[in-house]
Design a protein around this ligand. Structure first.
Ligand SMILES: Nc1ncnc2c1ncn2[C@@H]1O[C@H](COP(=O)(O)OP(=O)(O)OP(=O)(O)O)[C@@H](O)[C@H]1O
Ligand SMILES: [Mg+2]
Length: 236
């Protein structure tokens, strides 16, 4: 099978204006990711993990260099153009879940499909499937305000994968969870990675989840200092 380029980043530089000066958060980053990869961005606080994820996801744009995601160039695009690419091809999981508290699990997971104009019967099928994937079928009518942290993060995962995105981005997805819930989340994501050909990129400090990663990109001061392929996988 031909391996597709999911991410192709060349000579990426990101500078943030700070007063009259600027701060360089990413310097000369080069990164390629092919279909089905399961990679982690690791490095100390402030090393640029979130900045890089946000640029890949089109939430922010590069100052210099080129970024292409699933064959779509993100260079010189408007915020709206990037939002369309993101909605179609990507799912996002954040540390803080970002669920709508008065919505039920079902309604939270349904949102991306509404935004993608998927019709109701199709939505119901896909939402039920995604909720089943994360093991929350019996909670589908619960409101996120009434659920545990682990359940909220599983809902956020269902929402991120309901449209079967080609690329899933996660920023510290297990940071607010205990060991048991963290392993549970990583097992769900590993299974999805092997069952649907979604590629995953995680930003994480969490030692507990390192064993699930197949490739680890080490960042320091905005630079990639090591790109490590892992051959031995933690048994799932
Ligand atoms: N909007 C901004 N304006 C100015 N500086 C910023 C902005 N966003 C991020 N930075 C700086 O860029 C650097 C990288 O930040 P980033 O959030 O990417 O780090 P991180 O690796 O995700 O850290 P953490 O592990 O704490 O989440 C930091 O020094 C941060 O202060
Ligand atoms: Mg961060």
């Amino acid at each position: 099978m031909e391996t597709k380029n999911v991410i192709n980043i060349k000579n990426l530089v990101k500078r943030f204006p700070v007063g009259k000066d600027y701060f360089t958060a990413l310097q000369n980053v080069n990164l390629k990711l092919t279909e089905g990869e399961f990679i982690g961005l690791v490095g100390p606080s402030g090393s640029g993990k979130t900045t890089l994820l946000n640029i890949i996801g089109g939430l922010d744009s590069a100052t210099e260099g080129s970024v292409s995601v699933l064959g779509n160039s993100m260079d010189n695009t408007s915020h709206n153009e990037r939002a369309i690419i993101r909605r179609k091809y990507m799912g996002f999981i954040f540390q803080s879940y970002n669920l709508l508290p008065v919505y039920s699990v079902f309604e939270n997971v349904e949102l991306p499909l509404i935004l993608n104009n998927i019709e109701k019967s199709e939505r119901e099928k896909k939402v039920s499937q995604a909720i089943e994937w994360v093991g929350l079928s019996d909670k589908k009518n619960s409101k996120s305000a009434d659920m545990s942290g682990g359940e909220c993060q599983r809902t956020a995962i269902a929402r991120a994968i309901v449209h079967e995105p080609a690329l899933l981005l996660a920023d510290e997805p297990t940071a607010n969870l205990d060991a048991k819930n963290s392993h549970n989340i990583m097992k769900i994501l590993s299974k999805l990675n092997s069952e649907i050909s979604t590629s995953f990129v995680f930003a994480t400090h969490d030692e507990k989840i390192m064993g699930y990663l197949r490739r680890i990109i080490h960042l320091e001061d905005g630079k990639i200092i090591n790109d490590e392929k892992i051959s031995k996988l933690e048994s799932l």
